[in-house]
Ligand binder design. Structure first.
Ligand SMILES: Cc1cc2nc3c(=O)[nH]c(=O)nc-3n(C[C@H](O)[C@H](O)[C@H](O)COP(=O)(O)O)c2cc1C
Length: 179
């Protein structure tokens, strides 16, 4: 068969044996080159208590239906609570949100101390201080190695104006608009 000038996309299987797996440090270094959002994912446990954790592994997934995904570390205390939850909120932090991001990125028990919470119609707690709040219903769970991929069907969102906070090169960053 003559070779096509512009062949269709071909998928080539990677021969695992020929590829040396990257080590943890190499993986972390590679991932540190990705710019990620800084969010705090909040929800309520079975007894109605709010919980939350900082998450940068939050990605827009689908327009129809409107889906996003959050990757939750199986080792985190919030993991089992989130996979059991029916709803959650992705609170996207602004440039002034580093303190809260560090607080919710810790294991401390009093994360919500002196933090204003606002409930949605579904009773989902959110942080009004956030730059935007994206309210979701849990739409499914997928295996993601040592993380669980939590699919969220986006129900509503609230946005404020302000500068976003980014996570890059293992630190908090501000963004500069170029176009
Ligand atoms: C900037 C930043 C981004 C993070 N991103 C994630 C993430 O995407 N997924 C995750 O499971 N943990 C992430 N973490 C770690 C959790 O926030 C951290 O493990 C936290 O202590 C979990 O709280 P918990 O043990 O109360 O659940 C991140 C932490 C920081 C500071």
């Amino acid at each position: 068969m003559p070779e096509q000038a512009h062949p269709a996309v071909s998928v080539r299987a990677v021969d695992d044996a020929s590829v040396r797996a990257i080590d943890d440090a190499g993986f972390r270094a590679a991932m540190s080159t990705l710019v990620a959002p800084v969010t705090v994912v909040t929800a309520r446990d079975a007894l109605g208590a709010p919980f939350g954790f900082t998450a940068s592994a939050v990605v827009s997934l689908s327009l129809d239906p409107p889906l996003l995904l959050v990757c939750a570390d199986r080792k985190a205390g919030s993991h089992d609570l989130l996979v059991a939850a029916t709803h959650f909120c992705v609170n996207v932090m602004g440039a002034d949100g580093t303190d809260l991001a560090l607080r919710f990125g810790s294991h401390r028990a009093d994360k919500f101390r002196d933090v204003e919470i606002e409930d949605s119609e579904t009773g989902t707690p959110s942080l009004p201080v956030a730059l935007s709040r994206i309210f979701c219903a849990v739409d499914g769970l997928r295996d993601g190695g040592d993380h669980t991929i939590v699919l969220g069907r986006v129900l509503s969102s609230r946005q404020a104006t302000g500068e976003p906070l980014a996570w890059w090169n293992r630190g908090f960053q501000r963004l500069v608009r170029l176009t």
